[in-house]
Ligand binder design. Structure first.
Ligand SMILES: [Zn+2]
Length: 188
């Protein structure tokens, strides 16, 4: 089941760049909340790894988690705006998955919202869009962090490295035949 991977990190990175009061690591955790739930569902035998995500990725589940995050943030005395941003980061997971998938379920039993299905239309294009989102979001983060001191670029550089490793991992999953492709090119 093709979906976004490292591009999910773009919303928390951009949020942190624009609002210093956002906790980057909380944001990173929240942007992967449906995937974390998916791992738990796989462990419990309710879903199948990357094939069946009907409960963890249904719009109704993501909306519920997003609302719960908002309530918890308010309960922890966070102001309204950052609470909305944290809730929005959870919801962004669903919206980003719509880019790569043909359809996303509203409830585990349907109906479905049509997605762009970019990955199924063109794996190269899907990968390129994801990679651009990684570079743009880290770029925005680096620009906002940079105060004329190179030392302040340490965190963006580390994040870029982590995201590129994720991206390489993603590349291996979706282009398992890459060695064959290259040798076919070279031999032709
Ligand atoms: Zn996901």
């Amino acid at each position: 089941m093709p979906h976004m991977l490292s591009a999910h990190l773009a919303p928390p990175l951009i949020a942190k760049a624009l609002r210093p009061d956002i906790n980057l690591f909380a944001g990173i955790l929240l942007c992967f909340l449906p995937d974390i739930l998916h791992s738990i569902c796989v462990f419990l035998g309710v879903e199948r790894l990357r094939v069946d995500e009907r409960y963890s990725h249904a719009l109704i589940t993501v909306l519920f988690m997003s609302f719960a995050v908002f309530v918890i943030c308010r309960f922890l005395d966070l102001p309204v705006t950052p609470s909305i941003i944290y809730a929005g980061i959870v919801l962004s997971h669903f919206l980003l998955d719509l880019v790569n998938r043909r359809k996303m379920a509203v409830t585990p039993w349907g109906p479905y919202i049509p997605g762009i299905g970019l990955h199924e239309r063109s794996r190269i294009l899907g990968f390129a869009v994801e990679l651009s989102m990684v570079l743009i979001s880290v770029g925005i983060f680096a620009v906002m962090k940079f105060n004329g001191e190179l030392a302040s670029l340490r965190l963006p550089a580390l994040l870029l490295l982590i995201m590129l490793i994720l991206e390489a991992f993603y590349f291996r999953i979706y282009f398992p035949d890459v060695k064959g492709l290259i040798s076919a090119r070279l031999n032709s």
